[in-house]
Design a protein around this ligand. Structure first.
Ligand code: ADP
Ligand code: MG
Length: 612
């Protein structure tokens, strides 16, 4: 499937090499441009009769007559005097049908194709096409000759798996264009499907593919009469994880982060979110983490049924994979590549979820490059622009009204892996200053196997307020205040637990012990959720409401137990009954019996009311 891309003649040469940073100078007077993609041709292989290599690099800084570029591959054997081709283009991705179900590296090289042609190990310097060049797609025009066309307009559609892929007019189109000619039928992505003509009688041939520079957001205000606009996120992204949906929601089109120490469950939590969230398309950016974890996703997703009922998870997933064993520079690009693909599907009106694991590895790649450029370092040697780079990424998330009046969204959730789990370090701090949902994982909870190991006293969601109307309309006016009450209970429970660690159980009153047990009960049966149970792994919102109402009733009942043993016995029994309730399928007899049992237990329990 790999075919070799046509490139122009070399116009520059290497004058210095330092790890993956090279310095170039033009051969004649061709200007070097910041962010331009260049290709280095190491002269070794050709002399030895091997095929030419083309090492992709990006110009980071232009200084006078020379420029520094970061090379996305190993620079072994690159020497002063090696020739350099200038592409004249920014680092870009190809946008068109065939993206879904594909595994790319950070530079949009399709890994399966490379593996088929070259074996498991990535060869250096091979140029590939991101999208299949031979496959034919059924193009159905949505415009006819004479129709005016503006940037982002839907020109036609192509079935891509079970999705309708919109072929849109180039996002860069300016001026007054109309359709000159349109074709219907099956075409490869290199065939012209539409020709446009403008008011100066210039024509432009379009295929089903356009390219977009990854470091720039696809413009939002694309569209005729300024219809396309950014909207305020007003709905939660339902993940079917109780702890998130009930306590720390993420808005659809919002941004969240999952910081946590090594082994606390970041990757597992992100994988659960990507499997069960109510979105159309998922983009997984596996950035600099161990290869094993990524391989797990790649091998599992094609076999896992999509919870929405159709096909497999892989049918609606794009994986961008730069593991710790791949070159560092490409890591930095991988996040931008992922976001750009996400923006593209959002423009079609889809709800997209972008998962980035881990943004710390991305920031470290940035730190390495910045160090080699000898830029003035900020905190912990990260570049001074770390904060704006992190904001620049997350802020590409959002809800958008598209050209056609549809709504599309891009939700972004990134993990952060601070060394030693220290949340004070710069990447975590900048991320916390940007996102609006913070799910902080604690090694203490992971050690106790309280999964997901999100610390409820550390975490927050700033979406609770702006989603308030949605909760009032879709659940009820009590929902948000009751959730807040339960967080307060967890806080009190934690205080009492700490006190008990000092004074022992005897040192606290029975009343306080009841509070402590209520908080523990809430934690055990509601915050924790069993990822290995087929039913409990995913709790739809209606199910969350049903359980929450019962848990809330127990948590707010004023019990009147005789002694602490009675308290413990009661809550131990409730915990086990509710766990079984979590495992019982909706509509099953087992569930019915458990609900009855819970009600019986509650009536039988000694309360202030029935004792008075
Ligand atoms: P991290 O990405 O933070 O380093 P992982 O997500 O890889 O951590 O999790 C490490 C291990 O912890 C997993 O291999 C698994 O055994 C366990 N684990 C994490 N989350 C869960 C969960 N929700 N349920 C059960 N086990 C979990
Ligand atoms: Mg991980």
């Amino acid at each position: 499937m790999t075919s070799h891309v046509q490139l122009p003649e070399p116009t520059a040469e290497i004058i210095a090499v330092q790890d993956d940073l090279v310095t170039l100078a033009p051969l004649e007077n061709a200007p070097l441009i910041k962010n331009e993609v260049v290709y280095i041709i190491p002269h070794g292989p050709e002399r030895e009769g091997k095929p030419r290599e083309y090492l992709k690099a990006e110009v980071l800084r232009v200084r006078g007559k020379s420029a520094e570029a970061q090379v996305f591959e190993s620079t072994a054997g690159v020497r002063v005097g090696d020739k350099v081709i200038q592409s004249g283009e920014m680092l870009s991705v190809a946008l068109g049908p065939g993206l879904l179900s594909t595994v790319f590296d950070g530079l949009q090289n399709p890994l399966a194709d490379i593996a088929a042609e070259h074996g498991f190990f990535l060869p250096r310097g091979v140029l590939t096409n991101a999208l299949d060049q031979k496959r034919k797609w059924a193009f159905e025009p949505k415009v006819k000759a004479g129709d005016p066309v503006m940037a982002g307009d839907t020109l036609g559609t192509v079935p891509e798996g079970r999705f309708e892929h919109k072929v849109m007019a180039p996002f860069t189109l300016t001026g007054s264009w109309s359709v000159e000619r349109v074709r219907e039928g099956t075409f490869t992505i290199n065939e012209v499907v539409i020709t446009l003509r403008n008011d100066r009688d210039e024509t432009r041939d379009l295929t089903m593919v356009q390219h977009w520079p990854v470091r720039r957001a696809i413009p939002e205000g694309l569209v005729r009469s300024g219809q396309s606009e950014r909207l305020y996120p007003r709905e939660p992204l339902i993940t079917t994880l109780r702890l998130i949906d009930t306590f720390f929601p993420i808005a659809r089109g919002g941004m969240g982060c999952i910081p946590g120490p090594f082994g606390a469950g970041k990757t597992v939590l992100q994988s659960l979110i990507s499997r069960f969230s109510a979105v159309n398309i998922v983009i997984v950016v596996a950035c600099g983490e161990r290869a094993g974890e990524v391989v797990e996703t790649i091998t599992e997703f094609p076999h896992q049924p999509d919870p929405s009922g159709d096909g497999t998870l892989m049918d609606r997933t794009v994986i961008i994979c730069n593991t710790s064993s791949m070159p560092v520079a490409a890591r930095e690009a991988s996040i931008y590549t992922g976001i750009t693909l996400g923006e593209y599907y959002r423009q079609m009106g889809y709800d997209v979820l972008l998962i980035a694991d881990s943004t710390s590895r991305w920031a470290q790649a940035m730190r390495e490059t910045s160090g080699r450029l000898e830029e003035i370092p900020g905190e912990e040697a990260f570049p001074a622009y770390l904060d704006s780079a992190i904001k620049g990424i997350y802020e590409r998330a959002g809800v958008l009204k598209t050209a056609t009046g549809d709504t599309g969204s891009l939700t972004m959730i990134g993990t952060v892996s601070p060394a030693g789990g220290n949340f004070e370090e710069p990447v975590t701090q900048s991320t916390l200053g940007t996102v609006k949902t913070f799910l902080g994982l604690s090694s203490e909870r992971a050690y106790k196997r309280f999964y997901p190991a999100v610390d409820p006293l550390l975490s927050w969601s700033r979406y609770q307020g702006q989603l308030g109307d949605w909760y009032r309309e879709n659940i009820g006016p009590d929902w948000v205040p009751r959730v807040e009450e339960m967080i307060e209970l967890l806080r009190k429970g934690d205080e009492i637990t700490r006190m008990m660690q000092v004074t022992g159980e005897e040192g606290i009153s029975t009343e306080d012990f009841v509070l402590q047990q209520k908080a523990l009960f809430l934690d055990m049966v509601y915050l924790q959720q069993d990822a290995f149970d087929d039913v409990d792994v995913s709790a739809p919102l209606t199910r969350q409401q049903e359980t929450f109402d019962l848990v809330y009733r127990i948590a707010t009942t004023e019990f009147a137990f005789g002694d602490k043993d009675a308290v413990r016995t009661f809550f131990t029994e409730q915990t086990s009954t509710f766990k079984n309730l979590n495992y019982s399928a909706d509509g099953s007899n087992e569930r019915k019996d458990l609900l009855e049992k819970i009600n019986r237990n509650l009536h039988a329990a000694p309360t202030r009311m029935n004792q008075a």
